[in-house]
Design a protein around this ligand. Structure first.
Ligand SMILES: [Zn+2]
Length: 362
């Protein structure tokens, strides 16, 4: 579609080069064109104005303007269509040709039209919204299976009744869960609560151990406020908040897609960086608010749709990728991150987060 329009524009303007100069006085100097210019908004729009000069000397015109969220090519096409409509109405034999594009007179200047279209395509690309849909899907190697873990020990403490959130029911349940105390070599501890629907304490131990190790791969700053990890069966999505990471052990896609660790980084970011009432909720600091405002864009559509709930969790993962895993991400990703959220990146840079074991202890 784009190519066809481009070809049309180039072809038609090369034909009109010869009759540049006087173009239908009643349109250009007699008011039609001026009216169109006067109606335009002051900024952020694309526009086109077409004129047809009939074989008998009679003329017609058409025009279009649109906000820059639409492609310039479409605006040119619609201006052409408008001109065609009036041409038919007035029974004029001739061709509708662009007179101005974006208020630049292009009559008889085909190379100029090409340039305007190319510039607008670049502009469209640069204002087309957040670079990612959700960050966990695009940064899968921030932590790999083989990366170091702080995990030290897991100890079964017995079955006790706990109030657990169950995403399959979207409700709290009372459950006599298998409990495990887990310790990490940076001094942090968590308790893993495994739903009693698992067969026995051994099965529960296996599943708890698996997650205890992966969670131990998260930097200290993200485990600071994680007091419990809750594990159910089922494939509901993971969650994070209120000092807990919520896991559904059959949500296999996280593992199959290689984004288990990154999903846990995301959920732990909710718990330790962006939850009211415990330690510092970065989402409400002046610095974070100012960074959000100063950046042109959000890192993902998900963050943009939930700016208070998801922006920190979505952005922290890419900050980690950018600052600690440059060798695992592409140059294009580096550019996208720095273009979309440079101020949020700077905000994270300034926090002096404890990134052990990503960064070894001295
Ligand atoms: Zn989230």
């Amino acid at each position: 579609m784009k190519t066809i329009i481009l070809i049309f524009v180039l072809f038609s303007t090369s034909l009109i080069a010869k009759d540049s100069g006087k173009v239908c006085d009643w349109i250009i100097t007699g008011g039609g064109y001026q009216e169109y210019l006067d109606d335009m908004p002051p900024t952020d729009f694309y526009s086109a104005f077409h004129v047809v000069v009939g074989n008998d000397g009679r003329c017609e015109y058409g025009w279009r303007w649109n906000p820059t969220t639409r492609a310039l090519e479409n605006v040119i096409q619609e201006s052409f269509n408008d001109c065609e409509k009036w041409k038919k109405e007035s029974n004029i034999e001739g061709e509708c040709k662009p007179y101005d594009i974006n208020k630049e007179i292009v009559w008889g200047k085909p190379e100029f039209i090409k340039e305007l279209i190319e510039t607008s395509i670049e502009e469209i690309k640069s204002i087309s919204g957040p670079p990612y849909d959700g960050t966990i899907f695009h940064f899968k190697d921030v932590i790999k299976y083989s990366d170091p873990t702080t995990f030290k020990e897991i100890v079964y403490v017995g079955q006790y009744t706990r109030k657990l959130y169950d995403k399959r029911k979207y409700d709290w349940i009372n459950n006599k869960a298998y409990l495990f105390d887990v310790s990490y070599d940076d001094g942090l501890t968590i308790q893993i609560q495994v739903n009693s629907e698992f067969k026995n304490s051994n099965t529960a131990l296996n599943i708890a151990s698996k997650y205890a190790k992966v969670i131990g791969q998260l930097p200290t700053v993200l485990r600071n406020d994680v007091h419990t990890v809750t594990i159910h069966k089922g494939d509901a999505s993971f969650g994070g908040g209120s000092n807990d990471i919520l896991i559904h052990s059959e949500a296999d896609s996280y593992i199959l897609d290689g984004q288990l660790e990154e999903t846990l980084i995301h959920e732990a970011s909710h718990v330790s960086l962006n939850w009211p009432g415990y330690t510092l909720d970065h989402g409400y600091t002046k610095g974070w608010r100012a960074a959000q405002k100063a950046d042109d864009e959000f890192i993902s559509t998900y963050a943009k749709e939930h700016p208070t709930e998801e922006d920190i969790a979505e952005s922290f993962l890419v900050w980690m990728a950018l600052r600690y895993r440059t060798d695992r991400i592409s140059e294009s990703d580096v550019n996208k991150i720095l273009k979309a959220i440079p101020n949020r990146i700077k905000y994270f840079d300034e926090q002096e987060f404890d990134m052990y074991p990503i960064v070894p202890r001295e």
